[in-house]
Design a protein around this ligand. Structure first.
Ligand SMILES: Nc1ncnc2c1ncn2[C@@H]1O[C@H](COP(=O)(O)OP(=O)(O)O)[C@@H](O)[C@H]1O
Ligand SMILES: [Mg+2]
Length: 268
């Protein structure tokens, strides 16, 4: 009734980005990003190459710390804690915020050991067999590999390897899973399997996915952020966020003309 009362929403923010600028050396790669990622939803990042999608994703699990020239201004809050505060343990951040990359990158180990590796490092006290089974089940891979857990992860097909990497990410009990173009190296059938999986995973996890595939963004995500590159007066090309909204708004009724052009395939 009264629209001035705020209700407790089911779209609570898990990652809040405030006025973020990201530099590689002097190069301003991402400019003035404000963006709230909702818990237990799928958020898609779309936009042309070089607009900073991977950069932003890597800010969320402190993976950019490993790049010497990286520097960030502004704030990112994970459950209201500043991710870049001095007392935050980046290794723990990477456990709680996992990542899946474009190329499936299983460790050169057995399927079983791929799953248990991170858990052992984190001092996991539970039953490892159970962890392997439950992680592979959650990644919709168990039935295909349960009889060959000692085989090398790299003996699997590309699509299976990517689901193994998702199982490996799940095994350390993260809260958020970042996926950077997870299907670009996969065939259409494997892509659909991963998309179905993403849909199931959001019950338990928050997912942020970068994709170049517009249909994929429209199919899997609840919210979509469109990024683009602009050139400053001094000729510097920086990435920025053009528009962020419910996915159906971004694809059917965006506010910005650039968004409309991009989602309809006019550029990018
Ligand atoms: N490690 C790095 N060192 C220097 N520049 C980088 C690095 N990673 C990315 N960049 C630059 O930052 C910009 C954004 O890159 P990126 O985040 O990879 O974009 P996207 O994922 O949208 O294609 C690009 O201009 C890219 O060349
Ligand atoms: Mg990228």
């Amino acid at each position: 009734m009264a629209n001035n009362t705020s209700t407790v929403s089911d779209t609570e923010t898990v990652l809040r980005t405030e006025n973020l600028n990201v530099y590689y050396g002097k190069f301003l790669a991402l400019q003035n990003i404000w963006l709230d990622i909702p818990r237990h939803q799928v958020t898609a990042f779309i936009g042309p190459s070089g607009c900073g999608k991977s950069t932003l994703l890597r800010c969320y699990n402190r993976l950019n710390d490993l790049i010497e020239s990286f520097r960030a201004e502004g704030k990112i809050f994970f459950d209201d804690k500043n991710l870049y505060a001095p007392d935050i343990d980046a290794v723990e951040v990477r456990r709680r915020i996992g990542m899946v990359f474009q190329r499936p990158n299983p460790f050169p180990k057995s399927i079983y050991d791929n799953i248990t590796f991170g858990a052992k490092i984190n001092g996991y006290k539970g039953d490892l067999n159970e962890l392997v089974e439950s992680s592979l089940r959650k990644a919709a891979l168990w039935d295909e590999v349960k009889d060959k857990l000692k085989q090398s992860g790299s003996s699997l097909s590309g699509g299976q390897q990517q689901r193994l990497c998702i199982a490996r990410a799940i095994a350390v009990q993260p809260e958020i899973i970042l996926m950077d173009e997870p299907c670009s190296a996969l065939d259409p059938i494997s892509t659909l399997r991963v998309e179905e999986l993403i849909h199931e995973l959001k019950e338990q996890y928050t997912i942020v996915i970068v994709t170049h595939n517009m249909q994929q963004a429209a199919r899997v995500s609840d919210k979509t952020a469109f990024f683009n590159v602009r050139t400053s007066d001094t000729g510097i090309r920086s990435g920025y966020m053009v528009e962020y909204d419910a996915t159906e708004v971004i694809f059917n009724n965006p506010k910005q003309e650039d968004t409309r052009d991009y989602v309809s395939g006019k550029f990018g």
